[in-house]
Design a protein around this ligand. Sequence first.
Ligand code: AMP
Length: 386
Amino acid sequence: MTFEELGLVPPLLKALAAEGYTTPTPIQLQAIPFALAGRDVQGIAQTGTGKTAAFALPILQRLAANPKRVGPGGCRVLVLAPTRELANQISESFRIYGKFMNLKVTVMFGGVPKGRQSRAMAMGVDVLVATPGRLMDHMSDRTVRLDQVEMLVLDEADHMLDLGFIVPIRKIVSQIPAQRQTLFFSATMPNEIGGLAGAMLKNPAQVAVAPVATTAERVEQHVIMLETSRKRAVLFDLLMGPAAGRTLVFTRTKHGADRVVRYLEESGLPATAIHGNKSQGQRERALSDFRGGKCRVLIATDIAARGIDVDGVTHVINYDLPNVPESYVHRIGRTARAGATGTAISLCDGEERAFLRSIEKLIRSKVPVMVPPGQAAAQAPRARAA
Ligand code: AMP
């Protein structure tokens, strides 16, 4: 699925291409169609999942489709964020994605003088991103008014609760017309947040993606830098040694999966694959062989792996690195289920280094480099001889 297929308009597609985004992330795939259709959305997603674009893109599109001017101090979209850092990031994202549209975006938060913020609001804006405390100040100063808001976003609602912002938020929301679209995002949905969502949303579409950080923290991760041509042999060595347990191997394509199965079988290691070209029966057989231990290596593509739940996966090997960083987190989360720990090893060739960099940005840490099995021993004598 591409951004184009999601129904985004050319100015947004151009901005996304300029950012180098080729594929929507899972939260974007789920939320954008509902938001574009004008539905309220309740989303469970953490930072790092691409959630900002999941609300910013449909909002920009809806604004541009129906240009309108608002009066002094007014805004058409209000985005509430708990911290100044997040508010800044969100406003920056709106500017980047909206750079080929003629829309006005401004941000306000505490700890800096109010004058410039008031002046920015004087002519009205399309999008106002604000922290609740400073917004309340401006509301009582009458430098901001919310009676023209058409769309409201609440981001990191659970964090708002931790910071004691629930009462201010209820006050702010009471000033916004009931006839509006509301998009509500939170990393977790404890009771109090569920209650707040219930009060703010009308018949919301529910969307959710797996938490990022917790999974990434539980899994021991390694990356092996190598040439593409060596991947098969290194995979075989891994499966015979360090990854001798119940191992899930991910490839980017269906044909890639079949080629890996063929190579492993020719090398005497039974393996099976699940992907979109297999019949339902073949997929079920592959899964039950893997679950039952008849076959300890399962090769899968991202989409085929989505619904499967197998306990006791000890290793995940990324034969190819995914081009959507969030897929990496989903993949490695297949090991370390239910609080267990697991190991993930990625094979990265020259062309995949950019993917590795995006993954490391997403998980906010460097994946340690590992020497391929067999090579450490092979290198040692040479090193001594030299
Ligand atoms: P967020 O969860 O909104 O904080 O976004 C996390 C990071 O992913 C940000 O650095 C975004 O620029 C980036 N990002 C968002 N959507 C995509 C996408 N579809 N493809 C690649 N990167 C993305």
